[in-house]
Every structure is written in structure tokens, then in C-alpha cells.
Design a protein around this ligand. Structure first.
Ligand SMILES: NC(=O)c1ccc[n+]([C@@H]2O[C@H](COP(=O)([O-])OP(=O)(O)OC[C@H]3O[C@@H](n4cnc5c(N)ncnc54)[C@H](OP(=O)(O)O)[C@@H]3O)[C@@H](O)[C@H]2O)c1
Length: 276
């Protein structure tokens, strides 16, 4: 059995590759840049681009299960454009003998999710809320001894650890009983930005500062980082009123994996070296 993992060089994909290797699975890692993929020993890197299904013949050869990512929203990993190659990808996967598909949704339903859910293969959609790993964007400021600057700091989010997303996907790829399910995943507690900053400081053994930005300052900041208006509108919408689903700890991780979801404190301790 070989499992093809798309997004294998990304935050969730790296965790998923590790989780599958730990389960003794044969893993093939899809990337547009195999030479620099830096994957664990025993994992086979394979070149391919989800936006161009003609590049995927080698990647799919002999594969029994596939983990896909979708770029269906303004923050899509593909840089904004929705991935509309889903129907063709699934046809190729079916022809190659793939028996099971998981899709990491990116916060929006869209053409990739439609393609998976109406396609020919048994599917599981993994729909996480905001990632704990988004805190990495603060690492340069924290390393420089500067305060973290954010707007909407008091808006709480039930952020999720990338290893929990990966563990759920690994179960759905390897075990029976998860077909036609959409698993919405959140972490074990709803945290504000100051809560996260405090826990990051505890993990680092020093105080990390926090400055609350006004909406206008935040918009200027996002523009400076190159985000387009669609992305900025999305950030504003999320910041002003985080949807119920984004701030509610859900039992899904524990139900699927049999163990509680990891805390932000754990994430901060594991990733402290990146902030030091
Ligand atoms: N951050 C959040 O709070 C959040 C919440 C919910 C969902 N999500 C979604 O979760 C997904 C994964 O996020 P992540 O943070 O793990 O990813 P990431 O670290 O941003 O990495 C992106 C991955 O996508 C791959 N990729 C991009 N374009 C590709 C293409 N055309 N063909 C094949 N692979 C391509 C890249 O592979 P190569 O560069 O090696 O080719 C890389 O492995 C994203 O869709 C994201 O929008 C994020």
C-alpha cells in the first residue's frame, strides 16, 4: 500500500507524512520541488502540480490512498486561485486504482470539495479551524525582542495543532469507517491573542509584549505584506465576528483518534526554539 500526500512540504503535510510513517505506511510525497523537499528517510518525493493533472501520472502510479489539499479560498496555498482540477484529479486517481481520498479543506467550501464529495471515490473531508501554527508569523518579532502586534486580540479562537489535523487524516486514510464524513476540527480551548502571547512567553521563560492594533493599522499592515483586498476582507470578517465554529472546542479529534486534542501550551513548548 502506498499513500500519496499532497502538500507534503507544508505545515500539515509534514505532520501527516510523519504520522503515516509512524503507522508503518509507505508514503509518497507530492511536491513541485522534490530536490529541496527535505523529507524523512524512506519517504519517496515525487514531482507534480495539482493545478496541472497531466503532471500526476507517476505520482499516482500504484497508489491506494491520496491526501489532497484544496485552494478554495482567498488564503489558498496556491496563492489565491481556486483549484478547479478536482474532477480530472479524481478521474486519474480512480483509474490508477486509488480506493480512498482525504481532502484538507482550507476554511471554504469550493470546487475541490465539490469534486471530492461528488466524485467516484470514498472521501473524507478534514476541515480544521485556524492553525496554532499561524503563531509562527510572530517569530521574527519575538526573536527581535519586539512586541506582537495584532488587531482583534480579544477575539477567541479554538486553534488546532497541526499534529491533530494530521492524526485525524492518517486515521481516515488508513482505517475503515470514515467515508462520506466531514470532520470539523478545533483545539481544546478558545484562546485570545493575549492568551497565546502569555503561553508563548511561559514556553520561552520570558515576557513577550503585545500591542493591540486598530483596524486601520491592521489593514495598512496587511497591505504592506502584499495581501489583496479579498484576503483583507476575509481577515476583517474573521476578526470582527469569529464564527461559532472557529471559537468552539469540538470533540472530533478525540472521537476519531481516541486521544484529546493538543493544547496551545504544548505547541508553544514544541516550537519554542523557532521563537528564541
Ligand atoms: N492556516 C490556517 O489557519 C488554515 C486553516 C484551515 C485550513 N488551512 C489550509 O490548509 C492547507 C494546508 O496548509 P499548510 O499551512 O499545511 O500549507 P503550507 O505550509 O502553506 O504549504 C503549502 C503546501 O501546498 C503545496 N502546494 C501549493 N501549491 C501546489 C500545487 N499547485 N501543487 C501541489 N502542491 C502545491 C506546497 O507544496 P510544494 O511547494 O512543495 O509544491 C506546500 O506543501 C492550505 O490549503 C490552507 O489554506 C489553513
Amino acid at each position: 500500500m502506498t499513500i500519496l500526500v499532497a502538500g507534503a512540504t507544508g505545515t500539515v503535510g509534514r505532520s501527516l507524512v510523519r504520522a503515516l510513517v509512524n503507522r508503518g505506511q509507505q508514503v509518497r510525497a507530492l511536491t513541485r520541488a522534490p530536490a529541496t523537499a527535505d523529507l524523512p528517510p524512506g519517504v519517496e518525493p515525487v514531482a507534480g502540480d495539482l493545478a496541472d493533472p497531466t503532471t500526476l501520472a507517476d505520482a499516482l502510479d500504484g497508489v491506494t490512498a491520496v491526501h489532497l489539499i484544496g485552494f478554495d479560498g482567498p488564503r489558498g496555498a496556491g496563492g489565491g486561485a481556486a483549484l478547479d482540477t478536482g474532477p480530472e484529479l479524481l478521474r486519474l486517481a480512480e483509474r490508477a486504482g486509488v480506493a480512498r481520498v482525504t481532502l484538507l479543506q482550507n476554511g471554504h467550501s469550493g470546487p475541490m470539495e465539490d469534486a471530492v464529495q461528488t466524485g467516484p471515490l470514498p472521501w473524507t473531508v478534514i476541515a480544521p479551524v485556524g492553525f496554532m501554527a499561524n503563531a509562527r508569523q510572530w517569530a521574527p518579532a519575538v526573536r527581535a525582542g519586539e512586541p506582537i502586534r495584532e488587531a482583534f486580540g480579544e477575539t477567541a479562537s479554538a486553534l488546532i495543532h497541526e499534529d491533530d489535523i494530521a492524526d485525524v487524516a492518517a486515521v481516515a486514510l488508513v482505517e475503515d469507517g470514515h467515508a462520506a464524513q466531514t470532520y470539523v476540527l478545533s483545539g481544546p480551548e478558545a484562546l485570545t491573542v493575549p492568551d497565546q502571547v502569555r503561553q508563548l512567553g511561559e514556553a520561552l521563560g520570558r515576557t513577550v509584549g503585545y500591542v493591540e492594533l486598530t483596524e486601520e493599522e491592521a489593514i495598512a499592515d496587511w497591505r504592506g505584506q502584499g495581501f489583496d483586498q479579498e484576503s483583507i476582507d476575509f481577515f476583517l470578517e474573521m476578526g470582527r465576528t469569529t464564527p461559532w465554529i472557529g471559537r468552539t472546542p469540538l470533540p472530533t479529534v478525540e472521537r476519531v483518534t481516541g486521544r484529546p486534542a493538543r493544547t496551545f501550551g504544548q505547541w508553544a513548548r514544541e516550537h519554542a526554539p523557532e521563537f528564541a
